[in-house]
Design a binder for this molecule. Structure first.
Ligand SMILES: [Zn+2]
Ligand SMILES: [Zn+2]
Length: 658
């Protein structure tokens, strides 16, 4: 392939330019799939999570695949090109990287030079978004990821691989190209970068661009639903109601087993069947009785993909009423992070740790306090059980920044756990409630939120945690409904957290989505707590950990438009291309209903689900939801709900979809 870095470096020197084709032959033609005379498939069907990169100093660095690609794409093409050409380039580079094993003697898949793909530490927000929005998306031929060759530009037609390399590659066929050049720059096999730009300018989506240049490929991600779901929290104590909502978005029934892992013993398994395109609501107290604290594992026994959420309603200590909701996690993990947590007066923060394994988990909890100090605590979680850590007992209670904290949980003996953080509060002595967050498995350099508002009776915060030893430089891009987007830079100190009051940053009366990006490669965790008095009557709070990347499909198991419930969908679009969306409502009466929507570029759209489904007290007004983008643009989807539960416990919840 030809690389832009090479092109720029050589552009000034005619004598060197004459050598270009010879250099390309030497540098770029020992490509993996065509080194022999016979075509070989890649044998790789999934995009690896990480890649080993041979750095300029000779060391080998293991990077997350997308972090690596964020350094490749702006080196390959101009970040000012149209979105779909950046997305096509991101996917081609991902395919190349997924199948590359170019430096086996050094234990590296790729180097950072023109020998493989140029990588530089510098990022650009537009190419970052193109990489994030196509997370795990690859081009496959017969189910295997292709060796996605690409080059600068062609002369109106790309080339058959055998006419250049003597070796037949079925997806590298000569096709016509609108790049507008009359000379060839590069080997001519695969995607013409300038042609991809022209096609994107004329309105082609990245999937069609890739299918044009790589004959017979399919372009798609691997993420759909999951067969296992885990929760750390759940309780049937007095004045708590715990539900499980499980959605089955497939055309066949799912045979589901719910395992309750009870603190203190008494584990139980209960089987359920969920019909096609339907949802199931389970009241945990009916399965295991009252007075129990538990973790949960939901398994689809017949491997039909499902999505599981856990709404809870409560009257905490008989005084702070509200609700919380959390989408489960498909994987236990050995690290979990939280950006939010406080033990100031009128706040109670807990950590719930679930252990679905047969072996005890040994865990170190590190509290990164708002005053820059850290504190550690060692705890053990029994096999097939759960543990609750009351953080107020650990850190004490005082009204100062040293009682705000972020947290890292590290398992020291390799046993995978699940970690959640329930909080209960009486916000500013007036809005009582609670919320809950599933931890983030790792720090990242970008986080996305679809929801956020500075309307009257709402307070929206961003909590940013930096668990590393170096300062994080962070830019928050606020994408405001109706216009007025803003970028604001912040610094998050090492081993610390920053709390941003968004109303002081944006002013009042704004609905927004946002993108939180570390601009100096230091990984962070981002959460968004919100407190509110919805409609001047239903007070409470909710909290969401950001979405790690935009996607083209989002699933929600919960949603209801029964009386005293208001359900919304917030859709955020961090790209500069309009997203076309189809929302499918899978109602509790087995009927599905669809609704088209659009999300403007760098903006957000709010759907009031009550307006779509109407309001009545029956199963037809409970709904699971699928949000699908039909034109390939990655978006972020959240579902805020506000309620007056049983006419007594008011509050709200929010969930980032799966
Ligand atoms: Zn190399
Ligand atoms: Zn071309």
């Amino acid at each position: 392939m030809i690389l832009k870095g090479m092109k720029r470096r050589w552009a000034g020197t005619l004598a060197v330019a004459l050598l270009v084709s010879a250099c390309l032959l030497l540098r770029l033609f020992p490509a993996p799939a065509v080194s022999g005379s016979a075509y070989r498939t890649s044998g790789i069907s999934e995009v690896p999570d990480t890649i080993n990169v041979l750095m300029p100093d000779g060391s080998v660095r293991t990077m997350e695949m997308d972090e690596y690609l964020k350094g490749v794409v702006p080196s390959e093409v101009s970040a000012s090109w149209p979105y779909d050409s950046l997305a096509a380039q991101a996917i081609a580079a991902r395919c190349y990287a997924s199948t590359a094993n170019r430096h086996p003697d050094k234990g590296a898949n790729v180097c950072t030079t023109t020998h493989c793909q140029v990588w530089r530490a510098a990022h650009d927000p537009r190419t970052d978004t193109a990489v994030d929005s196509t997370h795990k998306v690859a081009a496959r031929y017969n189910g295997e990821i292709i060796s996605a060759f690409y080059f600068g530009h062609c002369d109106g037609n790309t080339r058959n691989s055998e006419s250049v390399w003597g070796s037949y590659v079925p997806y590298c066929r000569s096709v016509s190209c609108p790049c507008g050049f009359t000379t060839m720059w590069g080997h001519g096999v695969g995607m013409c970068q300038e042609g991809a730009k022209v096609l994107a300018q004329s309105g082609w989506g990245y999937r069609d661009i890739l299918k044009h240049y790589y004959t017979g490929v399919e372009v798609g991600g691997t993420e759909t639903t999951a067969v296992d779901w885990y929760f750390a929290e759940g309780t049937t104590r007095p004045e708590f109601v715990t539900y499980l909502c499980i959605a089955n978005p497939n055309g066949v029934s799912a045979d589901v087993t719910i395992n309750y892992l009870v603190e203190g013993g008494g584990n139980q398994s209960v089987p359920y069947t969920i019909g096609p395109n339907s949802r199931l609501t389970v009241d945990a107290a009916k399965d295991i009785g009252t007075g129990k604290d538990f973790s949960i594992r939901v398994t689809s026994a017949n491997n039909v993909g499902i999505v599981a959420e856990r709404p809870m309603y409560f009257n905490y200590k008989g005084t702070w009423s509200g609700g919380s909701d959390t989408v489960g996690t498909p994987y236990p993990g050995t690290t979990w992070y939280f950006a939010e947590g406080t033990t100031r007066p009128d706040f109670a923060t807990y950590l719930c740790l679930g252990n679905p394994n047969n072996q005890e988990a040994q865990v170190t909890v590190t509290y990164f306090k708002g005053d820059g100090n850290t504190q550690q605590q060692a705890v053990n979680v029994s096999p097939l059980s759960r543990l609750t850590v009351p953080v107020n007992d650990v850190l004490g209670t005082t009204d100062d920044v040293s009682h705000d904290f972020a947290a890292r949980l590290e398992v020291t003996n390799g046993v995978g756990i699940i970690a959640e953080r329930p909080m209960y509060f009486n916000y500013q002595g007036g809005w009582s409630g609670g919320h809950d967050a599933m931890g983030a498995p790792s720090p990242r350099t970008t986080w996305y939120f679809a929801e956020g508002t500075t309307r009257q009776n709402f307070a929206t915060f961003l909590c940013l945690a930096n668990p590393s030893d170096s300062e994080a430089a962070v830019t928050v891009t606020y994408m405001v409904a109706g216009g007025g987007n803003r970028d604001i830079a912040y610094v998050v100190n090492p081993h610390s957290r920053l709390t941003i009051d968004v109303s002081s940053a944006l002013g009042g009366g704004k609905d927004f989505s946002c993108r939180v990006a570390s601009t100096n490669d230091v990984g962070i965790i981002a959460e968004r707590p919100m407190y509110f008095n919805y409609g001047g009557a239903w007070s409470g709070g909710h909290d969401a950990v950001g979405a790690p990347y935009p996607k083209t499909s989002w699933y929600f198991a919960e949603g209801t438009t029964r009386p005293n419930f208001a359900t919304f969908l917030c859709l955020g679009n961090p790209t500069d291309k309009q997203a076309s969306v189809l929302v499918t409502y899978m109602r509790g009466d087995g009927i599905t209903q669809q609704q088209p929507a659009t999300v403007p570029p760098l903006s957000r759209t709010t759907i009031c689900v009550n307006d779509v489904l109407g309001t009545a007290d029956d199963a037809a007004h409970d709904t699971a939801m699928i949000v699908e983008v039909t034109n390939g643009v990655g978006i972020v989807a959240e579902r805020p709900m506000y309620f007056n539960y049983m006419g007594a416990w008011t509050g709200g919840t929010d969930a980032v979809g799966y």
